[in-house]
Write a protein that binds this ligand. Structure first.
Ligand code: AN7
Length: 378
């Protein structure tokens, strides 16, 4: 048997491309290495000649892409001697922060908007022993409070304003390039704070880097440009960011006061990575657009019923937008498209059940009744 190294997470995998030293204690749960699934049925249904892949980030240890960033943020927090981390969150960041803090043996404080967080995410934060602080306010209020309180208490912020978060998250782009042996033509993501779309651009840019700082966004790599001189890819993708229409500050040209959407993960009105995301769009020649809640839920259901992939509502925004732009020709036929599915469908079971048309009426536990139930639905 050939010796194969056990996969132990993205920090070990990409150690030479991350700000990690030999004696750093790595806090990992085996994050990364997620499947890039080629859609079989949806492109056929659309009658379009496009290759659509979904990067299923819901298969990370806590069920979202946040684990990529959180392993780096917590590893660096522990390295610097921090005993506590803090974040504001629409749910997934708090779940990841809680889990990685538990793993590291430090404390996690999480600020969440009252009543607007999916049940699975709340369960995770509670289960991992985080101190959960519910505020009468939204994510944006929580983010401001976190910034303020961090000046008065010995806590490390692990929201994506922590630069190590984006360093971890850039590795998703590495994995995609390694699998496709090139960059896709278009990379579509749901956008909230715009940290993840920025992180992907850093990743692609490092892979395209031929030794010089070629662009403004490229400088975001902070000198961690291991591909320097190699130029693994010759072309970077156009980055496309989709927001929920009730929560679309990038489409309105500035912060939105009372953001609202069924996709609670991206219910964010004042994106923390505003400037970098604008640079990403300019450099990649990509664009922002918005999707309605109906489009988002329809795409979520389509993925589940036609492809067997269950993602949370916010995640489906990437496919909802991509399908519209494929249909209207903005994404032309012949393109290779990657849509990031940021979180697992099990995060938000309430939404799934609520939109389901299946009637859960019990029948008698008798052969005839079960047989009729089957034959009546063939
Ligand atoms: C499933 O957990 O901001 O554009 O506090 O959970 O990088 O903010 C979540 C964001 C997309 C948006 N999809 O990513 C939080 C939080 C899912 C998410 C996003 C989030 P960014």
């Amino acid at each position: 048997m050939p010796y194969r190294r056990r996969y132990t997470g993205l920090i070990e995998r990409y150690r030479d491309r991350l700000p990690i030293s030999d004696d750093t204690r790595v806090i990992s749960l085996g994050e990364g290495n997620t499947p890039l699934i080629k859609l079989n049925n949806i492109p056929k249904d659309m009658d379009k000649d496009v290759e659509i892949y979904v990067k299923y980030e819901g298969l990370n240890p806590t069920g979202s892409f946040k684990d990529r960033g959180m392993c780096m943020a917590v590893t660096k927090a522990v390295e610097s001697g921090s005993k506590a981390i803090i974040c504001a969150s629409t749910g997934n960041t708090s779940a990841a922060a809680a889990a990685y803090a538990a793993r590291a043996g430090i404390k996690a404080f999480v600020l969440i908007p009252e009543g607007k967080i999916a049940m699975g995410k709340l369960a995770q934060a509670v289960m991992h022993g985080a101190v959960v602080i519910q505020i009468r306010g939204n994510f944006d209020d929580g983010m401001q409070l976190v910034k303020d309180v961090a000046e008065h208490a010995p806590v490390t912020i692990v929201n994506s304003i922590n630069p190590y978060r984006l360093q971890g998250q850039k590795t998703a782009a590495f994995e995609i390039v390694e699998e496709l042996e090139r960059a896709p033509d278009f990379h579509c993501l749901p956008v909230g704070n715009a940290g993840n779309i920025t992180a992907h651009w850093i990743g692609y840019t490092e892979m395209a880097c031929s030794g010089e700082h070629i662009t403004d966004a490229c400088k975001l790599c902070n000198g961690h440009c291991p591909y320097s001189g190699s130029g693994m890819i010759s072309k970077r993708p156009k980055m496309v960011g989709y927001q929920a229409d009730g929560s679309a500050p990038f489409m309105r040209g500035g912060p939105v006061k009372d953001p609202d959407t069924v996709a609670t993960a991206i219910r964010i009105g004042n994106p923390q990575s505003w400037e970098p995301a604008q640079a990403v769009m300019k450099e990649s020649e990509g664009w922002f657009d918005e999707c309605s809640d109906e489009e988002i839920l329809a795409a979520q259901q389509l993925l589940a019923t036609r492809e067997g992939v269950f993602c949370e509502p916010a995640s489906a925004t990437s496919l909802a937008g991509a399908m519209r732009d494929i249909n209207n020709g903005k994404i032309p036929e012949g393109s290779t498209v990657v849509c990031t599915l940021t979180g697992h469908g099990l995060k938000d079971p309430d939404i799934a059940i609520k939109q389901s048309k299946v009637e859960l009426v019990p029948i008698d536990a008798k052969l005839e009744e079960v047989r009729d139930a089957i034959l009546g639905n063939m």
